[in-house]
Design a binder for this molecule. Structure first.
Ligand code: NAD
Length: 273
């Protein structure tokens, strides 16, 4: 069901489905969205310092009435905060905005060259001190992971990357699976751009579901943690209603066949922010 979890290599349980809040405005918009999501059964929220809505996320969580220990909260260290001391400070600032005593998952948002190893040492320290239950990365390619792991004492538990039917990330998924790094899909719906695709519409019609639900089901059947975003209550609920149908192996393969290595977001080897 909606609260099913994957167990990370360090034993921490992480929900397969989470609620993403990129571009959701701080204040009422994010408060209402988070409350609606938690009411719909989501237990995992994905925010970031860069989303400027950690304060509203905290309010939504508080007003949801669901106990802290039943939630899984992710935030991320932003590029301009990378480095050892600055990451430690950025973490404390995020925790204050989020009103949290401990965090479930802290991610390096982007692999900033020359900095991500120092950033990682800060995450390792916070993890060892019990402030963060799991530490991971985002937008890391295989070569970034290899480089990080040459010096790391703790390996990343999660890699959150752009992943959807036009960018199925086969090599990275194989690599992460071999290293017990859980893959998490950002922009799973291609930022809403994939929902008109005829194949997805055809499969959706067959099951009486929506194209968004077909994509999210494809994530789950592939062992991919997924974090769709919406601020529309009906869509928030729709995106969590994934447990009354199952794609056939052939349908999963057909969806894999849509891959074009197409990104809607930035290339992790060439970003300038
Ligand atoms: P998404 O792929 O989740 O698409 C969201 C958009 O799709 C919505 O704004 C809406 O327009 C549409 N949509 C959602 N549900 C729908 C439905 N049921 N029917 C029709 N349309 C629907 O895009 P996203 O927000 O970019 O990605 C999801 C989350 O991933 C973000 O909120 C954020 O938490 C995370 N993310 C992380 C990074 C990173 O660098 N780590 C980058 C981008 C996003």
């Amino acid at each position: 069901n909606v609260q099913d979890t994957t167990t990370l290599y360090n034993g921490v349980k992480m929900p397969w489905l989470g609620f993403g809040v990129f571009k959701v405005k701080d204040g009422e918009e994010v408060v209402e969205a988070v409350k609606t999501a938690i009411q719909a059964g989501y237990r995992s929220i994905d925010t970031a310092k860069a989303y400027n809505n950690e304060t509203g996320v905290a309010q939504g969580i508080r007003e949801s009435g669901v106990a802290r220990e039943d939630l899984f909260i992710t935030t991320k260290v932003w590029n301009s905060d990378q480095g050892y001391e600055s990451t430690l400070a950025a973490f404390e600032a995020s925790m204050e905005r989020l009103e949290l005593e401990y965090l479930d998952l802290y991610l390096i948002h982007w692999p900033v060259k020359g900095k991500y190893k120092d950033t990682w040492r800060a995450l390792e320290k916070l993890h060892r001190e019990g402030r963060i239950r799991a530490i991971g990365v985002s937008n890391f390619q295989i070569h970034h992971l290899e480089d990080l792991m040459t010096d790391a004492t703790i390996k990343p538990a999660v890699n959150q990357v752009e992943l959807h039917p036009l960018l199925i990330q086969s090599e990275l998924r194989d690599y992460c699976s071999k290293h017990q790094i859980q893959i998490e899909a950002w922009s799973p719906l291609g930022q809403g751009n994939l929902l008109e695709h005829p194949l997805l519409q055809e499969i959706a019609a067959k099951y009486g579901k929506s194209p968004a639900q077909v994509i999210l089901r494809w994530d789950l059947q592939n062992g991919i943690v997924t974090i769709p975003k919406s601020v529309t209550p009906q869509r928030i609920r729709e995106n969590a209603d994934l447990y009354d149908f199952e794609l056939t192996a052939d349908e999963v393969e057909q969806i894999n066949g849509l891959n074009e290595n197409k990104r809607f977001g930035s290339d992790p080897d060439n970003f300038n922010f």
